[in-house]
Design a binder for this molecule. Structure first.
Ligand code: MSP
Length: 646
């Protein structure tokens, strides 16, 4: 029996990466689960955030001439904006640089050290900087041989370090997994962890010498070392619960956490490192660790910024709306499985489920009622018995599935009802009832249809908060929270609306897209030649698209600017274009701009213009300007250094 609190977390994201659908995905699922529990009256804590320490962040900050804190403060803005755009209602956005988190990590490390769970030893091994992990010789060889990584991705490291006695907790972990079949989900991931634990489990290196890596939380028992970024990151889940290492039990309000949602690639760190740390601390295990699959682009390629196949969630929201975007990710694949993403797949899911099934049902119910019976909820004696049974089943299945992180199955259960509603319209032919003057029968049919819309609106609140509220308003339903309770308790199924409540027909909820929205279609414009006569433009030396495509235009932010020492018209700037180090760019805009007013401005940089020296200073690009102004109108607030301008 669940308690009256619910705590759910997403991984905290490496903030030096760009937010993409992989990150959006976990966060949308967690948000839907959290919203559902809130609607059901539980007190909820939903936490997401960013993982901010570590080598990569430090190196990127140094290259930009910024302190790591300044660098992370700049980057975190994109993450928060992305989640806001997606309607994510988190209770806390945690940053591992937050003061309470730093204090907690310090306290926990001290406690583990004093308990003898941490010892000092020597370490020699291969370090994979990209993932901030040590790897075995065998793994290194395999990953180089497969072509996935290169020799220079690994560093040979020999150093004194601190270790956590992870191996001591192996048996306790095995016993816990055996005794709690739903602890690690889905089943295949549970088996993966059991397989991993069948091998020898070593101890975990939990420190990095400050001489090599200073951007981290200092070990309280040795200031020459900072905490390994994964140990720091995992502890965020306890910070979010308000854990204190001094025995204060207030955190038990939230702990054990109900769900840690993670991607399959970070299973070992959660199911082994984290759980053994909890054993060592004497803190209870999470109720569930749920590892989902990966979205890959439809050609089967893993999404990565370098291959350019990252799907921009902002683009999807602009084109189809945030609610449809959330719907797609919750409905398209079973949570746990891998999924292939294609824009065509998105469009067809939108048109089939949202425009045709739900949108059509709502529009038919509202427009026919309004036209023939007036714009209020009509009276009727009893709901149709068969429909009532379907609605009751749909509501209960929806609740059960969403409660155990099965959003696809939950939505499918609701769609049984939506489809039954559309079939009911076809079968009962309200237009014929109207024509024959059978007003009472007509009112019954229309009322049932409006009631189905009310059920859909109530259940879809966690999935599509905006559209669900709109639908409920259209059918005149007040007080959704109380009504949801009476629906789920089967007290009032297809009996939620008040006779006489006002209906609002308005525009269709989900207009049909006959073709791909322009903003997406333009990503894939097919080649067609034009007659010269169709081009009433001046004689120009036209270039072909491939010529244009050679131009790499990037968004940059000016970090520094000063007068060129040897040229009257030139300014010298350092511009962050999202690379490991800023570019030096000389531009002939002195006189138009003072160096001070340029710092912090967003510019468009021609990034692949061959570098050359201008009066003794190398210039590694060009910034676009027109009419005495820098070209920034092209750039929206959403663009980040390194984004490509097209
Ligand atoms: N910072 C660590 C997590 C620490 S949690 C204590 C991290 N960050 S990450 O930004 O690299 O990845 C975060 C999550 O994004 C992972 O769960 C990963 O599985 C997920 N995804 C990244 N790309 C993805 C897809 N293409 N598809 C689905 N999820 C993917 O790891």
């Amino acid at each position: 029996m669940p308690g009256d609190t619910f705590y759910i977390t997403t991984p905290i994201y490496y903030l030096n990466g760009h937010p993409h659908i992989g990150h959006a995905y976990t966060t949308i699922v967690a948000d839907a689960a959290a919203r559902w529990q809130r609607l059901k009256g539980r007190e909820v804590r939903f936490m997401t955030g960013t993982d901010e320490h570590g080598q990569k962040v430090l190196e990127a900050a140094e290259a930009l001439g910024l302190s790591p804190q300044e660098h992370t403060d700049r980057l975190v803005v994109h993450w928060k904006a992305t989640f806001e755009r997606l309607g994510i209602a988190h209770d806390r956005f945690i940053r591992t640089t937050d003061a309470d988190h730093v204090a907690l990590v310090t306290e926990v490390l001290r406690k583990l050290y004093e308990a003898g769970e941490i010892y000092r030893g020597d370490y020699e091994g291969w370090y994979l900087v990209k993932d901030e992990v040590f790897v075995t010789e065998k793994e290194r060889e395999e990953r180089i041989a497969s072509g996935e990584l290169a020799e220079q991705d690994f560093r040979r490291i020999t150093e004194a370090n601190y270790f956590f006695r992870m191996s001591q907790h192996r048996q306790a972990l095995l016993d816990h997994i055996e005794a709690h079949p739903n602890f690690i989900q889905p089943e295949n991931r549970r088996n993966e962890v059991l397989g991993f634990l069948r091998q020898d489990l070593g101890d975990l290196c939990i420190s990095r010498p400050r001489s090599r890596m200073s951007w981290g939380i200092e070990l309280p028992f040795d200031p020459d070392f900072v905490c390994y970024v994964w140990v720091d990151a995992l502890l965020n889940y306890l910070t979010g619960a308000g854990f204190r290492a001094d025995g204060d039990e207030a955190y038990l309000k939230w702990w054990p956490v109900d769900y840690h949602l993670i991607g399959k690639d970070i299973l070992t760190t959660h199911a082994v490192y984290w759980t053994t740390m909890l054993f060592a601390l004497g803190v209870r295990q999470p109720q569930h660790i749920f590892a989902h699959g990966w979205w890959i682009s439809s050609d089967g390629a893993k999404m990565s910024k370098s291959t350019g196949n990252v799907i921009d969630v902002g683009l999807l929201c602009d084109a189809f709306g945030v609610d449809a975007t959330r719907y797609f990710f919750l409905r398209e694949i079973r949570f746990g499985a891998d999924g292939g993403f294609s824009y065509d797949g998105f469009l067809s899911r939108y048109n089939t489920d949202l425009a045709n099934d739900l949108g059509n049902l709502a529009h038919r119910a509202l427009s026919m009622t309004t036209k023939w019976l007036g714009a209020t909820v009509p009276a009727r004696a009893e709901p149709d018995a068969a429909l009532r049974a379907i609605a009751e089943r749909a509501a209960s299945a929806f609740d059960q599935h969403l409660g155990v992180l099965e959003p696809k199955e939950a939505i499918e259960a609701l769609w049984e009802l939506v489809r039954a509603g559309n079939k009911y319209v076809d079968d009962s032919e309200p237009w014929a009832l109207n024509k024959a003057g059978k007003t009472e029968a007509l009112a019954s049919v229309m009322r049932d249809l409006l009631e189905i819309c009310a059920v859909a609106g109530l259940l879809l609140q966690p999935v599509m908060p905006g559209k669900a509220a709109e639908l409920l308003q259209k059918v005149g339903l007040d007080n959704p929270r109380a009504q949801l309770a009476s629906l789920l308790s089967a007290e009032r199924v297809l009996d939620l609306l008040q006779e006489g409540a006002p209906l609002q027909l308005g525009d269709p909820l989900f207009p049909r897209f006959r073709e791909m929205p322009e903003s997406i279609a333009s990503l894939f414009v097919p080649e067609e030649t034009m007659d010269e006569a169709d081009v009433p433009l001046p004689e120009l030396e036209w270039i072909e698209y491939p010529d244009f495509a050679k131009l790499l235009l990037k968004v940059g932010v000016v970090l520094q600017a000063s007068d060129h020492p040897n040229a009257d018209k030139l300014l010298v700037m350092k511009v962050d274009v999202g690379e490991a180090r800023p570019r030096t760019i000389c531009a002939g805009i002195k006189g138009t701009f003072s160096p001070e007013e340029l710092v912090g401005r967003t510019v468009v940089v021609v990034a692949n213009l061959k570098p050359r020296k201008l009066r003794g200073i190398p210039s590694e690009g060009m910034i676009l300007a027109a009419g005495g102004e820098i070209v920034t109108d092209l750039v929206t607030a959403k663009a980040a250094p390194g984004d490509t301008v097209r």
